[in-house]
Design a protein around this ligand. Structure first.
Ligand code: FMN
Ligand code: SF4
Ligand code: SF4
Length: 257
C-alpha cells in the first residue's frame, strides 16, 4: 500500500509524528509538507492519504482546512487524520472530519496524540520527564495507528462532547492569523532563523530584522526557535521556556520549505 502523509507542523511535533508513522508504515509511504503541496497530482498513485497536524484552539489549523477543501477533487482513497495536542483536543478530530464531509469525502480513520504543549502564550511547556513520557507513549500509539492504517481500518469520527467547544474554535480561528501582528521583537541579532523556520514563509528579513506578513498560521515556530528569545507575543511569553521537538534538528526544521 502506498501512503501519502501530508503534514503541517510548527515546532516539530506533528513532523516528528509523521516521520515516525512513515517509518512504521515502511516502504511506499511518503511525507508531503502541506504548505509545499501546490500540485495535488503529487498524490496520484497513493491508496491512502493522511493529514497530520497540531490542534489549534480545539480544531484544525486554517491551512489544513484549506488543504482538505482542495482534496475535494480526489476520490476513492482511504483518508485518515492524526492530530497532536498539548492539553485538550476537544472535538478537533470531529471538526477535521466535518471538513472532509464538506469536501464530499469521508475521514475513514482518525486519532489524537498528546505531545508537548507549545502554546506558551497562555501555558507552559511540560517538564523534561513529562516530555520523555509523552514520546514513549507516542511511539507506542504510532505502532498501533500504522497497523490500523495498513488494515484500512474504518472508524468514522462521530460527535462528542468536545464539539460543544466549536463556537470557541470558530471565534479563535478567525484571529489566529493575527498572531504575528502581536509579536514584539527586541534584541534581534539578525540571524534569520525565524525566517527560515516559518512553515508558510510569512517572514522576510529586511535590514537584518524580521518583517511579518499577513499569512501567519500562529504556529509559534519563529518565537520558539529564535536563539535570543527576541520574539515575544506582546509580553505574555517573556522569560518563558521555549520548545522545539528534540527529535528534529533545527536544520531539518529550517529545510521544510
Ligand atoms: C495557536 C495554537 C493553538 C493551540 N491550541 C491547542 C488546543 O486547543 N488544545 C491543545 O491541546 N493544544 C493546543 N496547542 C498545542 C499544540 O497543539 C501542540 O503543542 C502540538 O503538539 C504542536 O505541534 P507542532 O510542534 O507540530 O507545531 C496549540 C498550539 C498553538 C500554537
Ligand atoms: S531568529 Fe531572532 S535573532 Fe534571529 S533574526 Fe529572527 S528575531 Fe532576530
Ligand atoms: S510568522 Fe511565526 S507564528 Fe506565524 S506562521 Fe510563521 S513561524 Fe508561525
Amino acid at each position: 500500500m502506498r501512503t501519502a502523509i501530508c503534514y503541517f507542523s510548527g515546532t516539530g511535533n506533528a513532523y516528528a509524528l509523521s516521520k515516525k508513522l512513515a517509518e512504521e508504515l515502511g516502504q511506499g509511504s511518503s511525507l508531503f509538507a502541506i504548505p509545499e503541496l501546490f500540485d495535488l497530482r503529487s498524490l496520484d498513485g497513493y491508496d491512502a492519504i493522511g493529514v497530520v497536524c497540531p490542534v489549534y484552539s480545539f480544531g484544525p489549523p486554517s491551512i489544513v482546512k484549506k488543504f482538505v477543501k482542495r482534496l475535494a477533487i480526489i476520490h476513492d482513497r482511504y483518508f485518515f487524520g492524526i492530530m497532536c495536542y498539548g492539553k485538550m483536543s476537544a472535538a478537533a478530530l470531529y471538526l477535521l472530519s466535518n471538513e472532509f464531509k464538506a469536501s464530499g469525502l469521508t475521514l475513514n480513520y482518525g486519532a489524537t496524540i498528546k505531545m508537548p504543549e507549545n502554546y506558551i502564550v497562555a501555558l507552559s511547556i511540560p517538564s523534561e520527564n513529562e516530555i520523555e513520557k509523552q514520546f514513549t507513549d507516542m511511539d507506542k500509539a504510532v505502532v498501533q495507528i500504522a497497523a490500523d492504517i495498513k488494515a484500512q481500518k474504518q472508524e468514522p469520527i462521530g460527535w462528542s462532547f468536545g464539539a460543544l467547544f466549536t463556537p470557541f474554535y470558530n471565534n479563535a480561528n478567525k484571529h489566529i492569523s493575527d498572531t504575528s501582528k502581536n509579536f514584539k521583537v527586541t534584541g534581534c541579532i539578525g540571524c534569520g532563523t525565524c525566517e527560515s523556520v516559518c512553515p508558510v514563509a510569512n517572514i522576510i528579513m529586511k535590514n537584518s530584522m524580521p518583517e511579518f506578513g499577513d499569512i501567519c498560521e500562529g504556529c509559534l515556530a519563529c518565537l520558539h526557535t529564535c536563539p535570543e528569545s527576541a520574539i515575544n507575543y506582546n509580553n505574555k511569553t517573556v522569560g518563558k521556556k521555549r520548545y522545539i521537538n528534540p527529535r528534529i534538528p533545527l536544520n531539518e526544521l529550517k529545510k521544510r520549505l
